[in-house]
Write a protein that binds this ligand. Sequence first.
Ligand SMILES: Cc1cc2nc3c(=O)[nH]c(=O)nc-3n(C[C@H](O)[C@H](O)[C@H](O)COP(=O)(O)O)c2cc1C
Length: 263
Amino acid sequence: MNEERPLFLPVILGTVRKCRQSRHVARFVAEQTGSRLGVETELIDIAALPIPVDDAGEAIKDTGFSEKMQRADGLIVVSPEYNHAYSGLLKHVLDSCLKEYIHKAGGIVGVSAGPFGGSRGIQGLLPVMRELGLVTIFWDVKFSAVHKVFDTEGHLLEPAYVERYAKFLSELIWMSKVLRHGREKVALSQEASMATTRQGPGQPDHLPALRARDEPPCGEIRGVGGRERRRNDRGRDPRNPHLPGMRRCCESHCPGAGGSVLT
Ligand SMILES: Cc1cc2nc3c(=O)[nH]c(=O)nc-3n(C[C@H](O)[C@H](O)[C@H](O)COP(=O)(O)O)c2cc1C
């Protein structure tokens, strides 16, 4: 393992809401992270990313964000809780990359106005991160009643969070080092190697092709088990006839897809 090369652990601020309290958390987290020896970080504000909202997945990948995810050894996601979940736009941004995350560490810092520190959002986000290929650590940090934890200028009022975050960060650093070692030094099993694809010059050769997401092109509808659902004459799903045929794109938006106009 090359101990000289610093780990890169970017912090993602996972909300675009005006007046978001999570910005104080993200700043605190980035400061604490950057002050660790051998660690570099950067605060990535999803509000500053030019991510379109008229498409989803790798089709809307932003080059700058993708490069940072590629360089990252681990991710710290600051996730505010909205109606017992993580923010929709956070997921939209995370969904825009895939191979960039594989076999890298991930940790979540929850934020809420209520007493549970965003834990319901954290619980929802964990399987998402796993599906993206990240390896999640077993510590979270939970900022409950966040409006009391920072003053209006973002100064920390509760010093106990320094130690809580230090414990989380130590675990994330350990996992990031181990996974970097694995990505660089440990060959995949024969079975996984058979499904391996080279991602380009200078990129590790161990990324499984299986992780290429089956994102259906516009106009295709996938059902359970990957089978395409049949639709009735009105463009409705026969299994859910009360639902309009919503998932088709219009022909003008996706030329050649043969879809019908969105309803
Ligand atoms: C749409 C919405 C839903 C929310 N739902 C919850 C919730 O379920 N539980 C909670 O403790 N706080 C909830 N909050 C409050 C946020 O957790 C609070 O604003 C906190 O500061 C983190 O979000 P922020 O960074 O946007 O400020 C909600 C806020 C919004 C805007």
